[in-house]
Design a binder for this molecule. Sequence first.
Ligand code: NAD
Length: 293
Amino acid sequence: MKIGFIGLGNMGAPMASNLLAAGHQVTGFDLSSPALAAASKNNLTIANDIASAVAGQDAVITMLPDGKALRMVAAAIIPIMQKGTGLIDCSTVDVKSAQEVAKMLSTSSLLSLDAPVSGGVSGAVAGTLTFMVGGSDKSFALGEPLFEIMGNQTIHCGLDGAGQAAKICNNMILGVSMIATCEAIALADNLGLDRQKLFDVVSTSSGNCWSMSTYCPAPGVGPESPSDHGYKPGFSAGLMLKDLRLSQQAAKQTGTATKTGKLACDIYTTFVDSNNGAAFDFSAILGQLTNVK
Ligand code: NAD
């Protein structure tokens, strides 16, 4: 396929490289010169402007920071895209932006998918991302072969916006469960219980969760994770806060009571604001929670 790839940052560049390595013709574009320089080193063809990246392509993929950037890019490229082709947005954005962009696309006889990912930069490099996808069956058929290259798990969650809905629900659980895991470690410390023993019990008992058993926030405990490397992300606290804010925006719009989700959002806001926390892995919040006695 001929693919235009807009947004060649930490995630987009390796995803585009995997499509290229699988034999697709990929033309990339980004606003940032460092991102373009890094991408061209990986043999990606770089367009001089967004229109040249999009014209004549079978599909366009976007991997952008937020809903505002997505709306801007969509408005710029829709008039240029060939009828019958489609836009696959892999960014994490608010559900409303995803649905509005899908509507703009369908009005112009274009296919659309919201297809946010889980798995982080290492998953993007390894081609092992999980895609959660919203859109029609016809749109899904366009994206599925590409998801199989960039990832190893694809779930078609429903119609427009369903992928973003699944992503923010998942990450709200993740933020809450990471905090609960850290609080359990803080309580164990204060009770004189060894962290390794806590891990051994919880990871084989009913309190088990991914934050404890796979991504333990305590250094030296459990499988290797960012806590063993000075909390270098991984998945940054800044991105966790972004997703928790999206979950709270969606909760407000739908009138859903998500009290622990809101609390998690407040706790990560304090962490990011007061400790330069945005740059650290989201599991580094253990430091903030264990210092409170
Ligand atoms: P990033 O900031 O590294 O990359 C985003 C890129 O988009 C940047 O290079 C930026 O210059 C470019 N961009 C912004 N506006 C543009 C425009 N109008 N036209 C062209 N390019 C534009 O971010 P990232 O870490 O690659 O994340 C991308 C998306 O993936 C985000 O929505 C993020 O929430 C999501 N995500 C990231 C991770 C992760 O671990 N990094 C994991 C899952 C999901």
